[in-house]
Write a protein that binds this ligand. Structure first.
Ligand SMILES: *Cc1c(COP(=O)(O)O)cnc(C)c1O
Length: 392
């Protein structure tokens, strides 16, 4: 068994992993409004191993505390028609639509739920653009937790329905995700409730690293390129963390080229990648799950991208919807717009990528979560028939 502690990603101070510890108490004092979170904490693995560790050994909560539900271990598969059409025989899809509530967010909720169990915490609150909400609601239901969600009123209906169906308390917020984020933090302080706000709770980053551990085990090698749809940059941070853990343990010897894919109308990290600094914007994109004005994990994500020669690419809403349609119609994979963005990013960059490269597209959420967006690219049959003669 390994031991684990938190370390500030900015100043390097070390802390014990407790339910009160969220951001570095020192670095977070310099927090200004309208910028990414300061003092993001990372989980650090202590010690060495003498046998090949299991994936669960690399998580800071012991396996016994996790609810008994299917999260993670999602399929990695080749979309044969696209492999052939595009001339990339080693293009893979890491299909996280297969999680319990239909998105990659379950990886974070799963770890947070296990941690809550270990710490004897009964209630969790969070803000969400939709998927983190439905995820924590579903996993919280299975784990017997009380979940309170702050959701912008613009969230897709299906994500709201999911959250309510799982029995969470949903508080709609008039305003954006950024407003919901602030209100949920205030609520968690006022009522002393564990926050699962993304990036703010360090376990959200840590939980998402399992996707990289799985990709490595499924491929039995490190991919050359990994496309990651990016809003707050927490999935991105988690993806890097997984590969960095494998490096630390001497299991792999390189980090893949990670490409952060953002929507043109919600491109804060891509802009900061160029300019070096974050400026708040009004985010607008059809891909609601990656629509954020202030990427909460911006500083941390940017640092990883720079350190490991990652790249950013932005795609238009139109390109996202085209990619969504193509994934559905050519590969049988109906992804929500944010999830299809990784494919749109690949299409935009593919001329710069060697055809024999091992490429993984991270597909993060199920298309049925947002049918309104999908409906803009399909044509509904115009009338019903009673006999075949009526067919043209
Ligand atoms: C949350 C989410 C993302 C983006 O993750 P960030 O950590 O905010 O960058 C991408 N796709 C889907 C489906 C999501 O739910």
């Amino acid at each position: 068994m390994f031991n684990f502690h938190y370390q500030c990603s900015q100043c390097g101070r070390e802390y014990e992993i407790t339910s009160e510890m969220m951001l570095c108490p020192e670095c977070s004092q310099a927090q200004k409004p309208d910028e990414p979170l300061r003092g993001i904490l990372e989980v650090v693995i202590d010690g060495h191993f003498h046998h090949q560790p299991k994936m669960s050994d690399l998580l800071p909560v012991a396996a016994d505390y996790f609810p008994n539900i299917p999260v993670g271990n999602t399929p990695l598969w080749k979309p044969a028609n696209l492999n052939q059409e595009l001339g990339f025989p080693d293009l893979f899809i890491k299909d996280d639509t297969h999680n319990l509530t239909g998105s990659l967010k379950d990886r974070a909720s799963y770890l947070v739920a296990a941690f809550a169990k270990r710490e004897n915490v009964k209630a969790i609150t969070l803000a969400s653009t939709g998927n983190a909400a439905s995820s924590m609601a579903g996993i919280g239901a299975a784990a017997g937790l009380d979940i309170t969600i702050f959701l912008p009123e613009t969230a897709p209906k299906a994500k709201l329905v999911q959250s309510l169906q799982y029995g969470a308390r949903v508080i709609p917020v008039a305003g954006t995700y950024d407003n919901a984020f602030d209100l949920s933090l205030e609520y968690s302080h006022k009522y002393k409730i564990l926050s699962r706000n993304t990036a703010y709770n360090p376990l959200t980053i840590e939980g998402k690293k399992t996707v990289s551990l799985e990709i490595y085990h499924q491929l039995e090698r490190v991919p050359d390129y990994l496309f990651v749809p990016t809003g707050d940059g927490v999935i991105l941070g988690g993806v890097y963390k997984g590969f960095r853990d494998l490096m630390q343990l001497g299991i792999i010897d390189r980090i893949p080229t990670v490409i952060a894919v953002q929507a043109e109308g919600s491109n804060a990290i891509a802009r900061a990648f160029e300019s070096g600094s974050f400026t708040a914007i009004d985010a607008h994109t059809v891909a609601d799950s990656i629509s954020v004005g202030i990427p909460r994990n911006g500083y941390y994500a940017l640092k990883q991208l720079k350190q490991y020669n990652g790249k950013c690419v932005t795609v238009t809403d139109e390109a996202i919807l085209v990619a969504q349609k193509e994934l559905s119609a050519n590969a049988g994979l109906f992804a929500e717009p944010a999830a299809a963005a990784s494919y749109a990013g690949f299409l935009k960059m593919k001329d710069e990528i060697e055809n024999d490269a091992t490429v993984v597209l991270l597909v993060t959420g199920n298309g049925l979560k947002d049918i309104d967006s999908a409906m803009t690219t399909i044509e509904f049959p115009s009338r019903s028939i009673t006999s075949l003669e009526e067919l043209d």
